[in-house]
Design a protein around this ligand. Sequence first.
Ligand code: COA
Length: 250
Amino acid sequence: MTDHVLVERPDAYPGVQLIRFNRPEKKNAITRQMYARMTEALTAAGTDPAIRAMAFLGTEGCFSAGNDMADFLAFAMGGSMGGEVLDFLRALAGATKPIVSGVDGLAIGIGTTIHLHCDLTVSSARSVFKTPFVDLALVPEAASSLIAPRIMGHQRAFALLAAGEPLDAAGAREAGLIWKIVEETAVEEETLSAAARLAKKPPEALRIARDLIRGDRSDVLARIEEEAKHFAAQLKSAEARAAFEAFMRR
Ligand code: COA
């Protein structure tokens, strides 16, 4: 298992499981192994009564630059996609415990869309949220094509997901993608303490409240599958391959 994803239960924040991207030399780009590790952690948290809230964090100045481009290119060249990404998205969308995320800096691709499945997202003012799917000849994923228009309206969702326009932290808060903006140095503490406060609440009441607020998730899970079919087909396209090769050549 890779240490590019660290899974911890910090003593200072009882009841919280932290999943931390830890590949700063590659801007926390997420490989298949990293997805697998996160799925394992989410799945274990679902059945462990000692874990009452989950948290996602990146490293200083970078949440994640999204899916690993080398993995994209390997698939575009005919390799196997594997089930790691889809398994992760299913586990994330189906999670039954509250999720808090903390962003400082870059949040690209799934580094942005992951927050649509989080219940509270804390961000520094310098963070930038961006999904260049179409520029890479890809399509939105993680049911973002369904959830984003619901929370931010068609125009802002289109600007983010189809036009690839970046959202700064203030714009992300205004659009309802994130909860609050704090000092860079406070992102971790605010994220983990928000998760710890949730972990202290009566778990069954919190679970029901979260389910009611999130609503029925069958449409979200179905959209993940629908997007994934298009995503896989586009990954094999000549235009996507050219975009990945251009990135790898830089
Ligand atoms: N996959 C694989 N490696 C990545 C990566 C990704 N998604 N994003 C960054 N990296 C790597 C770079 O290749 C570089 O590696 P190297 O030092 O071995 O050459 C390292 O991380 C640092 O990135 P670099 O591009 O030099 O940093 P930057 O600050 O100039 O730019 C980004 C940062 C994130 C803006 C830029 O790397 C980028 O656009 N990445 C791709 C993001 C993306 O499109 N993700 C997929 C979304 S669907």
